[in-house]
Design a protein around this ligand. Structure first.
Ligand code: LMR
Length: 333
């Protein structure tokens, strides 16, 4: 057993498809490293609690050397007590033909109660990653509901889009996804997001030099990344699970460890006006995590007219989502 203090991670929707794909990897050390103990607080609702009991048995049956403790509960305060990280996965997933924002009416209220409970029970330094859709606006609701916690510790997941963008750029360039760097996802995890190829690099060269088919970049690439989640739903008959879990874990890792020199990663954070984006919405941005665990938005990127136009579209959608959610919940967001 390693001697460091365990990192305690709460996971909502822990027995669901994404949760099931995520928690064994957290327990194995794949996120925080091979010498970092972890404890899991697994949260479920209603019928999920039976399945959760089975998940707890399976965790025990793995005999993970790094797993120090498992709490399984339907109670939010118990679930979020003294946690270092909250992975908010539990939410109703969209079905074929829906946009993620169509879930606001069902899912938004979940994040009020969860935000409040995190504010009451979690460590004051807790970091919160929202995966349940529409994740940007749900993260804003959680943040506003946990008012005294630092806004910079709340995040919404755009890493799945970043990973999708890297794979598509790599396939087009005849490279490997790991050769593609500096991919920023701007705005909403929705069909308006802007996967920024103009600042991306492939094997250290601008993606726009490596891929000379600029019509493909501007049209097919952007549209395919925007719509990938819907295409997966059509094929699987269910929304992405393993790739969503993988992206959530990539996000935790990217926010826990310093970002390698010359690269960045994508996650949505509360806008304070960087790049002229309206403050007060959770906006996907290119981020660098610093050695002290703080993060900063990458500054000084050139955004051409095409990029600005795309960013304005996703900004407008997030402002509309914020207004819809605020009205539905009767709270100020
Ligand atoms: C995804 O991008 O695959 C997930 O957000 C699920 C969805 O609704 O598309």
């Amino acid at each position: 057993m390693a001697s460091k203090t365990p990192i305690r991670v709460a996971v909502t929707g822990a027995a669901g498809n994404i949760g099931y794909a995520a928690i064994f990897r957290i327990a194995s050390g794949a996120v925080f490293g091979p010498d970092q103990p972890v404890a899991l607080n697994l949260i479920e609702v209603g019928p999920g609690l039976n399945a959760l009991a089975g998940v707890v048995m399976e965790l025990a049956d793995c005999a993970f050397p790094l797993l120090t403790d498992v709490v399984a509960t339907g109670d939010l305060d118990e679930g979020f007590r003294d946690v270092d990280w909250c992975l908010l996965i539990g939410a109703v997933p969209r079905k074929d033909g829906m946009e993620r924002k169509d879930l606001l009416g069902i899912n938004a209220k979940i994040f009020v109660g969860q935000g409040q409970a995190i504010g009451r029970a979690a460590k004051k330094t807790v970091k919160v990653l929202v995966v349940g859709n529409p994740c940007n606006t749900n993260a804003l609701i959680a943040l506003r509901s946990a008012a005294h916690l630092p806004a910079e510790n709340f995040f919404a997941m755009t890493r799945l889009d970043e990973n999708r963008a890297k794979s598509q750029l790599a396939a087009k360039a005849g490279a490997h996804a790991s050769d593609v760097k500096n991919v920023g996802i701007w705005g909403n995890h929705s069909s308006t997001q802007y996967p920024d190829f103009t600042n991306a690099t492939i094997k250290g060269r601008p993606a726009t030099e490596v891929i000379t088919d600029h019509a493909w970049l501007k049209e097919s690439f952007v549209s395919d990344v925007q719509k990938r989640g819907a295409v997966v739903i059509k094929a699987r008959g269910a929304s992405s699970a393993a790739s969503a879990a993988n992206a959530a874990l990539d996000t935790l890792r990217a926010l826990h460890f310093p970002t390698p020199a010359g690269d960045w990663h994508s996650v949505a954070v509360l806008s304070k006006g960087d790049y002229g984006i309206t403050p007060g919405i959770m906006f996907g941005c290119p981020i660098r995590t610093k050695a002290d665990g703080q993060w900063e938005i990458v500054q000084g990127l050139t955004l051409d007219a095409f990029s600005r136009e795309k960013i304005a579209i996703t900004e407008k959608e997030l402002l509309e989502e914020r207004a819809t959610a605020a009205e539905a919940l009767g709270i100020k967001l």
